[in-house]
Design a protein around this ligand. Structure first.
Ligand code: HEM
Ligand code: HEM
Length: 189
């Protein structure tokens, strides 16, 4: 018997969702440990391929998030799938927290680079020194922005993990079409 067609997010929303998820995970794995010590030892970040990839992918996350948020205001309505009110509330809150972290993690990275007067080094040999002006801003002194960036990046990945576990629970136990609505391929509930 034919299954009814499940409602799905539009193609661009699905493409941007998965591109962001993959980019966040790779950027997280490449997160430069002991970054401060590296610089105190006089190592140029441009010579560290993990740092260059991390900063490039991190900026890509920021760009993807900006495009997604713009698309959110223009796209067709997200699929409406019936579920308990508390579940809908939990999912709305989780999405909002994820959106905020997707913006704050790159912003705090720029604060970290700027307040420690490090250059931003990107793929293609790009190098930006201009952020060091941030070191003069009063806000630069209010926190260790490298630590703030790290804590928020950890929170992003933990919450994304819970969100993914929730989505898989919908797909495996509830089979209500929530997981399918974001999957790149058809045919899975
Ligand atoms: C969603 C995007 C990002 C994620 C998930 C992420 C994740 C992380 C993590 C987990 C660390 C800590 C590594 C450790 O100490 O074990 C880190 C450090 C760092 N990240 Fe990111 N990051 C992102 C975006 C960026 C961007 C856009 C930049 C700069 C353009 C950047 C620059 C840095 C720097 C400079 C550090 C070292 C901070 C310090 O200790 O002073 N990150 N990142
Ligand atoms: C870093 C990883 C991830 C981030 C930052 C993230 C973020 C988000 C955000 C912001 C939304 C709302 C999308 C929109 O309205 O266009 C969303 C929806 C969704 N995500 Fe993720 N996600 C991640 C990973 C995953 C994974 C691994 C899965 C599946 C295993 C998944 C499954 C879903 C599903 C099914 C929806 C639609 C849920 C609904 O409409 O209630 N996500 N995600």
């Amino acid at each position: 018997m034919n299954q009814p067609t499940l409602p799905r997010y539009d193609g661009l929303s699905r493409l941007l969702h998965w591109a962001t998820a993959i980019t966040v995970l790779i950027a997280f794995v490449l997160g430069p440990e002991h970054f401060g010590r590296l610089f105190r030892n006089g190592i140029d970040p441009a010579t560290r391929i993990d740092v260059v990839w991390h900063e490039s992918l991190g900026l890509l996350v920021f760009a993807l998030t900006a495009v997604r948020l713009l698309w959110l205001t223009l796209r067709p309505a997200a699929p409406h799938i019936a579920m308990a009110a508390w579940m809908r509330k939990a999912s709305t809150i989780t999405h909002r927290v994820l959106w905020i972290l997707l913006l704050l993690v790159p912003v705090t990275a720029i604060m970290a680079l700027g307040s420690e007067a490090h250059p931003m080094t990107l793929l293609g040999g790009l190098r930006f020194e201009g952020f060091s002006a941030i070191a003069q801003w009063p806000i630069a002194e209010t926190a260790d922005w490298g630590d703030v960036h790290k804590v928020l990046a950890d929170a992003l990945v933990w919450i994304a993990g819970l969100h993914a576990a929730g989505a898989i629970y919908h797909g495996v136990a509830l089979k209500d079409g929530v997981l399918a609505s974001m999957l790149p391929i058809k045919g899975i509930r």
